[in-house]
Design a protein around this ligand. Structure first.
Ligand SMILES: Cc1cc2nc3c(=O)[nH]c(=O)nc-3n(C[C@H](O)[C@H](O)[C@H](O)COP(=O)(O)OP(=O)(O)OC[C@H]3O[C@@H](n4cnc5c(N)ncnc54)[C@H](O)[C@@H]3O)c2cc1C
Length: 467
């Protein structure tokens, strides 16, 4: 029998797929990457993490100008040129998409354009405008990602009913926006457009915003949003949605059972992401699914030998870019016969880039209690942090959840200025299995935001200094 042409075919060029392909190239595996979109980078780069953070950055800059007088700076006639804001965002995306192309070339990964489908037995069919071809590989990584879930009978229309894709293409700031869904995607868009001047309403069916976060974090974000005049309705259900002459009208049942009619120029549906596992030929393999997500073992292998899955298609891990990348590293290491440490679900940071920003890792207080742990909690408010006052952003706090038995850090939850950056210390501490007592000895430079993290470790024993 002849040798199969490829050691690895990766399907999808999101952060999971392209990183896995590059690592495979670095390991000397003969690798091909199949992508159906004309540009590389997947959801994260093209319509997710990067464009949203570019807009969030500009929204922050604009807000600074809007309040510059407090800092003794007078900006006469400051004007927001939204088409230019969009242009900058698009340029960032293009630059990085080309960067991915260059990195793949350097790693000697063959790029194949087209839509891939598994045929079983290591074969992949790739359909493109120039016809179909069948490739064969010893290993396959499925990294086909996800797309926005819509509500029943509702389709995005690029005008008024939007998903994350259409909203990023707007060329002007809407006067009003209703966001359905207060997960990370929903609250980030709320934070972007509120700061650009849109009247924003956020509707969430569950009792709290950012429902995967610690309850105190949800409460604080909701409080801050209300202070920023973002209307937040939790426990609210949108019953009927229809287009009007000038926008969209919704009938909403609020948590106290009242029906209310809401209208806005645009509606963003941000109710989660469905995995792209429907039309990729998984039925030709033994891979098993759970509600559309692919079941994998600790090395990202599906039940079909030689077929791996990573990223947003995987059951049981959060749909985050850095999770996709890490899972890609694990799969490729396993394929290449290198040591592959399985992903630890308790050490995955989650970040939400609102103002204030959120960063968290590990167990929430409620999860730790539900596990029957005897815990101690330390909390330090950014109001006691001088750097936060200098920046003019002193909302929020750092919360540390510790297991009393050995001082193990079970979770750290931050909401505050650049909370999404500050979480890095907690992730490193937990990975190194540092205890709270060890982190109390770590010297935190002054004046920095991350002093608040050091203070929160001390607060577990009631020993914080500045609050
Ligand atoms: C608005 C928004 C903001 C986000 N912000 C963040 C953030 O700040 N941080 C974070 O960690 N995560 C964020 N995410 C989530 C993040 O984008 C995803 O977790 C991440 O992109 C998943 O990576 P992936 O490689 O699994 O798949 P994807 O990035 O979805 O890429 C999959 C790729 O596969 C291709 N593909 C699909 N089917 C086929 C096929 N049959 N043949 C060939 N190619 C195919 C697709 O075209 C796509 O390019 C955000 C998501 C959204 C929507």
């Amino acid at each position: 029998m002849g040798k199969v042409p490829y050691d690895l075919i990766v399907i999808g060029s999101g952060p999971g797929g392209y990183s896995a392909a590059i690592r495979a190239g670095q390991y000397g595996l003969k690798t091909a990457l199949v992508e159906k979109q004309p540009r590389l980078g997947g959801t994260c780069l093209l319509v997710g993490c990067i464009p949203t953070k570019a807009l969030l950055h500009t929204a922050g800059v604009w807000e600074r100008f809007a309040h510059a007088e407090q800092e003794g700076i007078h900006c006469e006639n400051a004007r927001l040129d939204y088409p230019k804001v969009k242009e900058r965002k698009d340029a960032i995306v293009s630059k990085h998409s080309k960067g991915v192309e260059m990195l793949l070339k350097r790693a000697k990964v063959e790029r194949i354009a087209g839509c891939a489908r598994l045929l079983g037995g290591g074969k992949v069919e790739v359909a493109s405008e120039s016809g179909a071809q069948i490739l064969e590989s010893a290993n396959i990584i499925v990294a086909t990602g996800s797309e926005a879930r819509m509500l029943p009978d509702l389709e995005p229309d690029a005008e008024r009913i939007l998903s994350n894709v259409e909203i990023l293409n707007l060329t002007s700031v809407p006067r009003s926006l209703i966001v359905i869904g207060a997960g990370a995607v929903g609250v980030e868009f709320a934070s972007i457009f509120k700061r650009f001047g849109t009247e924003v309403t956020v509707l969430e069916m569950l009792p709290r915003v950012v429902p995967v976060e610690d309850e105190d974090i949800s409460r604080e974000l909701e409080r801050c949003f209300r202070k920023q005049k973002i209307r937040v309705e939790t426990g609210a259900r949108a019953a009927s949605i229809r287009k009007t002459g000038s926008g969209v009208a919704l009938t909403v049942t609020t948590k106290d059972g009242k029906q209310e009619e809401l209208e806005a120029e645009r509606l963003l549906v941000a109710v989660g992401r469905k995995p792209n596992t429907g039309n990729i030929g998984l039925e030709n393999t033994r891979a098993r699914l759970d509600r559309g997500f692919i079941l994998v073992d600790a090395h990202q292998q599906t039940a079909e030998p030689g077929v791996y899955a990573i990223g947003d298609v995987v059951a049981g891990t959060p749909q985050l870019a850095h999770v996709a990348t890490r899972e890609g590293m694990i799969a490729v290491a396993h394929i290449a016969g290198k040591a592959a440490v399985p992903i630890n679900r308790n050490r995955i940071p989650g970040c939400t880039y609102t103002e204030p920003g959120i960063g968290s890792v590990g167990l929430t207080e409620a999860q730790a209690r539900a596990e029957g742990r005897t815990i101690k909690v330390g909390r330090f408010p950014f109001a006691g942090n001088s750097r936060a006052t200098i920046l003019g952003h002193h909302e929020g706090f750092v919360k540390v959840v510790m297991d009393q038995q050995y001082g193990e850090i079970l979770g750290v939850h931050i909401i505050g200025p650049e909370g999404y950056e500050l979480i890095a210390e907690a992730v490193a501490a937990m990975e190194a299995e540092a205890t709270v007592d060890v982190m109390m000895q770590a010297i935190h430079a002054h004046p920095t935001l991350y002093e608040a993290v050091g203070e929160a470790f001390n607060a577990v024993y009631g020993l914080s200094i500045n609050a």
